[in-house]
Ligand binder design. Structure first.
Ligand code: MN
Ligand code: MN
Length: 411
C-alpha cells in the first residue's frame, strides 16, 4: 500500500467513524459553503443504516482497487441466522442457503446449558467442531462399536465422521458454546438422524421385538424429536467411560484434539497460527484448520489455497479481506466476531487486522491436508528478471520481498 492510499483509508475510516448526527451537520456545512465547489459523489442522502454501514466501510465506500463488476458475496454474519431455541440451549446455522458461495462447507453454532444435551444422532456429512466457550462431554462409538467418551474445553476440537453416532452435553458451571463445521455446504442441522425421531417412526411392536422387551415398557418413548433438551449434569468422566465401554472396551480412536497443547505452527511479530489437519489430528480425515491470531497492525499475508475452498469463522477482533477473483474482478469486505467468510479455491486474498485488539479467526478446509501458497514466496522463487519485467520494480525492491512464507506479517 502506498502513502496516498493509506491516507485515503484513514480519512475514509475517520469519516465513517463519526456519529450520524455529526455527519448530517458536516454535510449541512458543506452545502452552505457552496455545493457547486464540492464533489458530492461520496454522499449518501437517501435512507441508510449508519451502524451497519460503519461495520462495513469497505462495502459502503470500496477501495479504488475493487472492481465495479461484483465478486459474489462472501460474508454472512451469524447475527442474521435464525436461532432454534429449546430448554437446554439453541442452535443456528449458515449454509449454502444463507451464503450461496459456500458450496463446500456449512457452519452450525450451538449453545448448551449445563446439563443441556444435543441428543444422540448422526448425519451424512463429517462433523468438525471447536469449543468456543465452557466445557462439554462428548460421546460416540467407533466403527467397531467401541465407545468414546471425553470432556472438552475451550479451543479443543472434535471430529465425528459421517455415520458415527454421537452426543454433546454442557458441563458445569455454565455449559458450553461451540462451532460445528460440516464438509457439505448443503448440510442442515435440521436434517440429521435423531434417536428420538427414529424411535417415533417405528411400529411399537417392531421396537419391542428389536429390544426384546414388552411393548408396554416403551410406551413413554418420545413421539417427536428432542433435538436439544435439558437434563441433569453428568457425573464423573471415568464412571461414564467405564459404563459405556462395557465388555468391548474403550475405542482406541481419539475423536478429540487439544489445540492449545500443541505449540504454534508458526509465530512472527505479527501473530501466530496453529494448523491442525489429519497429520496431527488423525480422526480429522476430511477437514483441516488453521487458527490464526493477528496482532493490531498485522496482516495474514497474500496467499491462496490450491486444494480447497476456505470457510472462515471470525472469533475476535476486526478485519478486512480482499478476494481477487477471476475475470479482472476483486471485492473487499469487512469482518468481525461472529461473521462467516468464504474464499473459493485458488483465489488470492489477505486478511488485515483493522482493529486495535487481536484478530482471531479460523480458516477451515474440506481437505485432510492444509495447503497454501504465498505470493511473496512465489515471486522470490521465480527468476528475478522475469518478476521485475512484470511489476516494473527494481532489484532492491525485489530483494526486500520475503524469501519464505511468513504467514503473518510483520515478520
Ligand atoms: Mn452432530
Ligand atoms: Mn486463506
Amino acid at each position: 500500500m502506498n502513502a496516498d492510499s493509506t491516507k485515503d483509508q484513514v480519512s475514509r475510516r475517520g469519516f465513517l467513524g463519526v456519529s450520524s448526527a455529526a455527519l448530517v451537520t458536516a454535510v449541512g456545512v458543506l452545502s452552505a459553503a457552496g455545493a457547486a465547489a464540492q464533489d458530492r459523489s461520496k454522499t449518501d442522502p437517501g435512507p441508510a443504516n449508519p451502524p451497519l454501514d460503519a461495520q462495513n466501510p469497505d462495502s459502503a465506500w470500496p477501495p479504488a482497487t475493487d472492481s465495479k463488476s461484483l465478486v459474489q458475496n462472501f460474508k454472512y454474519p451469524f447475527s442474521f441466522a435464525n436461532k432454534r431455541t429449546y430448554k437446554g440451549g439453541w442452535s443456528r446455522e449458515v449454509t449454502v442457503r444463507e451464503l450461496p458461495v459456500s458450496k463446500d462447507m456449512a457452519g452450525v453454532n450451538m449453545r448448551l446449558t449445563a446439563g443441556g444435551v444435543r441428543e444422540l444422532h448422526w448425519h451424512t456429512a463429517d462433523e468438525w467442531a471447536i469449543v468456543l466457550y465452557g466445557s462439554a462431554r462428548i460421546t460416540a462409538i467407533d466403527r467397531d462399536g467401541k465407545s468414546f467418551v471425553a470432556d472438552v474445553k475451550k479451543n479443543d476440537l472434535w471430529y465425528f465422521p459421517s455415520g458415527i453416532p454421537h452426543s454433546i452435553q454442557g458441563l458445569d458451571p455454565d455449559g458450553t458454546e461451540f462451532m460445528l463445521v460440516f464438509d457439505d455446504g448443503d448440510f442442515s442441522e435440521s436434517e440429521t438422524v435423531l434417536l428420538s425421531d427414529s424411535m417415533a417412526h417405528l411400529p411399537p411392536e417392531v421396537l419391542a421385538k428389536n429390544f426384546g422387551v414388552a411393548e408396554q415398557a416403551l410406551k413413554n418413548v418420545p413421539k417427536q424429536e428432542l433435538f436439544i433438551f435439558q437434563t441433569a449434569v453428568p457425573g464423573s468422566l471415568e464412571a461414564d467411560q467405564q459404563a459405556a465401554a462395557g465388555t468391548l472396551g474403550k475405542s482406541p480412536s481419539d475423536f478429540a484434539f487439544r489445540t492449545m497443547e500443541m505449540p504454534p505452527t508458526k509465530r512472527t511479530k505479527g501473530g501466530e497460527v496453529r494448523i491442525v489437519d489429519s497429520s496431527t489430528f488423525k480422526a480429522s480425515t476430511n477437514v483441516a484448520m488453521a487458527m490464526v491470531t493477528v496482532h493490531p497492525g498485522g496482516m495474514r499475508e497474500l496467499h491462496w489455497h490450491p486444494n480447497a475452498d476456505e470457510w472462515q469463522h471470525y472469533i475476535a477482533g476486526k478485519a478486512r479481506m480482499t478476494v481477487v477473483s477471476t475475470g479482472n474482478r476483486a471485492r473487499t469486505m469487512d469482518f468481525q466476531a461472529g461473521d462467516v467468510g468464504y474464499v473459493e479455491k485458488t483465489l488470492l486474498h489477505y486478511i488485515e487486522n483493522t482493529g486495535d485488539t487481536d484478530l482471531i479467526f479460523l480458516e477451515m478446509f474440506k481437505s485432510g491436508f492444509y495447503q497454501d501458497l504465498s505470493l511473496s514466496e512465489w515471486l522470490a522463487h521465480t527468476p528475478p528478471e522475469l518478476v521485475m519485467a512484470h511489476l516494473n520494480i527494481d532489484k532492491a525492491t525485489l530483494d526486500a520481498i520475503p524469501r519464505d512464507e511468513l504467514v503473518i506479517l510483520p515478520r
